[in-house]
Ligand binder design. Sequence first.
Ligand code: CP
Ligand code: NVA
Length: 301
Amino acid sequence: MKHLLKLSDLSGEEIIGILNLADQLKYEKKNGIEHKYLAGKSLGMIFEKSSTRTRVSFEVGMYELGGNPLFLSSSDLQIGRGEPVEDTARVLSRFLDGIMIRTFAQKEVEDLAKYGSIPVINGLTDYAHPCQVLADLLTIREHKNILKGLKLCFIGDGNNMANSLIVGCIKCGMKVAIACPDTNKPDADIMAWASENGDFVCTSDIESAVSGADVVYTDVWASMGQEAEAEERRKIFAGFQVNEEFMALANDGAMVLHCLPAHRGEEITAETFEKHADEIFDEAENRLHAQKAVLVKLMKD
Ligand code: CP
Ligand code: NVA
């Protein structure tokens, strides 16, 4: 594993390997065991979109691993003034030991990896959010002790989260049901792969998708970059909400996860959110442990 650009580049064994290392790093942190595996290493973190969890967990994660994180806002970098990705990649490769980037186009992340000579980590694109799904899988495994055979139902927009959840869950032997409007399905390449490689369904029938689910997942109706469409999207996604009525159809003890930030009253009710707050905030914490595992896998000598 040279980069983390999207989960489809990884095997199921590699994903489980990251989760196992994340468990180890979490144990070491909780027990005060030093784990400065990246002493002397620097990570550049390029942000072309906002972030709370990704920024803070990568930054704190690098400190805890003994390394040095650099926050690089694209509005301050020359990349924001049109310096080509090919040149940025080659320059940053001379200074840094790794790059994390949050941006719009998946191609920009792939190009950084192509033209640079250091590991590149996708911190969210319009297409994928692999770091989040590693933390999600870690959280599900912590709560349920197993991944294989569990059913995850995602209700909402067929967006970057839906794309990455489909790939990550199926690679770990889970079943996936996506409930979304016919107009807003996950990317066609991912659905084609999922249909061939796993137990996968995409439907606008929320009741059938959520029936028998062990994990119910949702995300915002308007992602970053879609703010101008928010009003229209409220109409498109009305009803595609995680609430008590749908949770009654899921399995007993079903978890609710949300990558956050959440919009209560839209994709999830305040009631269901608060009932499952412990799971949702464990999930947020696990961004730290999962990301540290990715950093160690990619950057440790
Ligand atoms: N879930 C997530 O990636 O959160 P941020 O946008 O705050 O980084
Ligand atoms: N789909 C959301 C995820 C945020 C973590 C977005 O792209 O804004």
